[in-house]
Every structure is written in C-alpha cells, then in structure tokens.
Ligand binder design. Structure first.
Ligand code: ARG
Length: 469
C-alpha cells in the first residue's frame, strides 16, 4: 500500500479542483488526508457504493450498462485491496476518492455517474455506521466468550469460600463463584448498551447527500434495506451531522473498559504473593529479567492500563463534537482513529481477560486462610442475636462489637470464645450461637435472592448460561 501511483491518478482536481488554479499545499494535504486510517473502511465504502449504484439504476437515474460496469469495477477494487494490490494515494485524501478514482481508471466515464445523488458527507456517515455495526457484532461475541469462561469457572467454584471485601477490608465470606458472576452481570449490561447503540444507529444516512437531500428521485428505502438498515435516517441534515453512534459506542466501550479494569486490578491483587488467591497460567504471566522468583500479571496490568485509551477516545470525541454547528464539518473526520483504536483495544482486552480466566487456578487454601482471620462472621453473630434473642439490630451490632473486642484482646477468633465469655457480654446467648460462626455456615445461610450461598451460585450459573450464551 504505497503512494507510488499518486502521479498517475493522485490529482484531486479531477474530484473537486475545478475552480482551483493551484493544487493544495503539502501541509494542507497532510492535515486533510484521512486515507492513512480510513482505508480501513474500504469494504463498507464499496458495499455502500454497490447499493447506491443498484438503486440509481432501479430509479432510472443511470443505465443498466453503466451500473454493470460500476459493479464489476467495484468488485475488482475490493479484490485489489484485499490482496494488497491497491495503491492508496494521499493526494486523493480519503477512501471514497481513492476508490472512485481507481474506478475511473478501470471503467472510464461510467465511474463518474456513481457519485450522482450522493456526497462524501452521507457516504462517510454510512461507511462508519456500517463499520460500527460490524464492530459491535464482533465485540458482542468476544463478550459472550468471556462470559462463558467466567460462568464455567464460577460453577466450578460455587462453594469455594473467599473473603468478600468492602473498603478493601474483609467484610463477609462469599464464594469465588459469586464474585465471578458479579462480573458476568456487568458484562451482560455492557452487551446491552452496545445492542442499544446498534439499534439506535441502524438508520441509513445514504441519500441525504451533502446535507439537504437531492433533486433526483432516489429510493432511500432501497439502499437502506440493501445494507441491512432498518430504514433511512429521517432528516437529511441530522443524517450527515449525527455522530451519536460513535459517542454511544465509545461510552459503552469506556464503561465496559472500566469493568475490565476493575477485574484486572483484582487479578493483580489476587495474584500477588501476599494474597495468593490465584495463579495465572504460564501463558498469561511474564518473568522478570532480574528477579527470578517473579511471575508478573502483565496482561492484567495492561488491561488496566489500556482502558485509559478507551476512556481517552470517548473524551476526544466528546470534545470534537462539542459545539459543532450543523451540519458536516471536517472536524468530524477526526472520529475514525478514536473509534478504531477503542474497538481494537477493547477487543484485545476482552481476549486477554478470557485467556487469563481460562488458565487461572484458584488457590482454595489461601482463600480459606484469608477468611479465618478478621472476624468475618461478625455479621452472622449479630444476625443470630436478632433472630434468636430478638434483640434490635442496633443492640445486636453493639453486643457483637463487644465480643469482637474481647476476642481480639485475647488473640482469638469469635468461634474460639467460650460460651461463658459470650455470656459475660450478653447473658442470653446459648450454645446454638456456634452454629453460625463457621464460614461455611455463614455462606450457606445467604440464600436470599442474589445471595452467595453455593446453592444460589450453582443456580445462578445455570441461569446466566441461559441468559447470556
Ligand atoms: N474524509 C472525510 C471524513 O472522513 C469524508 C467526508 C468529506 N466531505 C467533504 N465534504 N469534504 O469525514
């Protein structure tokens, strides 16, 4: 993909230079050209042109002979680009003019009829929408695969007990499976946001022309249907100036990225020697060139870091679009790089996360050790006082606090206190209290809807499979 035949067909004046005497300054060309990145839209550009040409013929705006040549020429160009035999030219600015110029080389005058009743403004909006739509479909299947890996692991660890944290302090025992399924829910909402974006975006801008519509009797429904849109965008000015679909994709991606970054951070923490809750596979760990003992969770750190790019892309596009007057402005050419980068980055992060999850081993002993300290069943004790002794919860909380203080002072766990010790704080306490102090009992008792009991988690994993896979 070089610029070498710029000379033969790189003359912009054939596209829009009729009123100019001198070609663009080199700096003008550098700032104006988008071909370096928008060549990624080639398939969508050709798809849109083919639909447009067929419609122009059906509406008797161009002849069937011209259309046949156009279709054939476009097929040739598609093949050339896919085999790397197409010379992209910076002088031809963008993908639209590169394709059209090559078409003119291939078929001559008929090529000039393709641009009837359209503009690059509706063309680029159409191309990018098609690309966004395809990307959402691709991302959705990456999300689904990650969810599948997490549901499998959750099911395997439906009864594996670990500390659940608030404020990063051990709070109550939960199961590892429950923790993983929390992320499955987040990813499900991420998919929902992308699906919403896709549904709202699915209106064709093509035929809005530059901004005002066209005097040709075109059939916008026909092109919309041919490209799988639900219908044509209603207002021609909105159609060429709307980039909501970009902003929605980027915001959905940024939120998804935030979710992945939270999981990435937890993986980093869990994989540390201090926690030791998990071991990442060799394939998803790296070594240190100086410290032989290290197994670094680089993939998790990179997911955590790369999310910054996705959030940055959203920010870029919010600022680009802010205060843009109607309708199209060249500012909007800046939409592509952030979209491409965000989609690539999110796709890579999803794949890396899946790789980490699939090869991850949970260290059940380390998790168990971590729940044995920190008075993690204190809430169970308070609940027992409410349920069995009918204490108001606030009093029960206070009594439990006293018992924690007592145990802590003696370097014991709550379950190690004698009944007599317990009764010195609240005389009505009976032997039965010990039944709720073990972490297994605690976890098993959390049977409320959405709670962490192993039974719940097993059922939730099955339900998640039905809902998401
Ligand atoms: N390369 C342009 C973009 O990406 C295409 C539309 C240009 N339209 C125009 N009237 N100059 O936005």
């Amino acid at each position: 993909m070089t610029d070498e035949n710029t000379k033969s067909r790189g003359n912009t004046s054939t596209m829009w230079g009729g009123r100019f005497n001198v070609g663009p300054d080199a700096v003008m060309e550098a700032i104006n050209a988008s071909i370096g990145f928008d060549q990624r839209l080639y398939a969508q550009d050709i798809q849109g042109s083919k639909a447009h040409a067929a419609m122009l013929t059906a509406c008797h705006i161009i002849s069937a002979e011209d259309e046949a040549q156009i279709q054939q020429g476009l097929d040739t160009i598609l093949a050339e680009i896919e085999t790397g035999d197409f010379a992209f030219s910076t002088a031809l600015e963008d993908i639209h003019m590169n394709v059209e110029s090559r078409l003119a080389e291939l078929i001559g005058d008929a090529a000039g009829r393709l641009h009837t009743a359209r503009s690059r403004n509706d063309q680029v909006a159409t191309d990018l929408k098609l690309w966004v739509r395809d990307s959402i479909d691709g991302l959705d299947s990456e999300f689904r695969r990650l969810q599948a890996a997490m549901i499998d692991m959750a099911e395997q660890h439906a009864a594996t007990i670990m500390p659940g944290f608030t404020h990063m302090q051990a709070a109550q025992p939960v199961t590892f499976g429950h923790h993983l399924l929390a992320y499955v829910e987040m990813l499900g909402r991420d998919r929902g946001r992308l699906a919403d974006c896709r549904a709202r975006a699915n209106q064709s801008p093509l035929g809005a022309a530059a901004l005002a519509g066209t005097s040709f009797a075109i059939d916008r429904n026909m092109t919309a249907t041919a490209m799988g849109f639900d219908g044509p965008a209603t207002n021609s000015m909105d159609a060429v100036s709307d980039r909501d679909f970009v902003l929605e994709l980027l915001s959905a991606s940024a939120i998804a990225g935030i979710h992945l970054s939270r999981l990435a951070e937890e993986i980093v923490i869990w994989a540390s020697a201090q926690f030791g809750f998990i071991r990442l596979s060799d394939g998803f760990s790296t070594g240190s060139s100086i410290m032989p003992q290290k197994r670094n969770p680089d993939a998790a750190e990179l997911v955590r870091g790369k999310v910054g790019r996705i959030v940055g892309s959203l920010n870029t596009m919010l600022v680009v679009m802010k205060a843009l007057p109607m309708t199209y402005g060249k500012d909007m050419q800046e939409d592509k790089e952030p979209v491409f980068d965000a989609v690539d980055t999110l796709g890579l992060c999803l794949a890396a996360m899946r790789g980490m999850i699939e090869g991850m081993e949970a260290n059940e002993e380390k998790m168990q050790d971590a729940v044995s300290s920190g008075f993690i069943t204190a809430t169970d004790l308070a609940d027992w006082l409410v349920r069995t002794l009918d204490l108001p919860f606030r009093n029960a909380h206070h009594v439990t606090g006293e018992l924690v203080k007592l145990a802590e002072g003696r370097g014991l766990g709550l379950e190690d206190l004698s009944l007599k010790d317990m009764q010195s704080v609240e005389e009505a306490i009976t032997e039965d209290v010990f039944s709720v102090l073990g972490v297994e009992n605690s976890v098993a008792s959390r049977t409320s809807f959405g709670g962490t009991s192993p039974e719940n988690v097993k059922a939730a994993a099955i339900a998640a499979r039905k809902r998401f896979l």
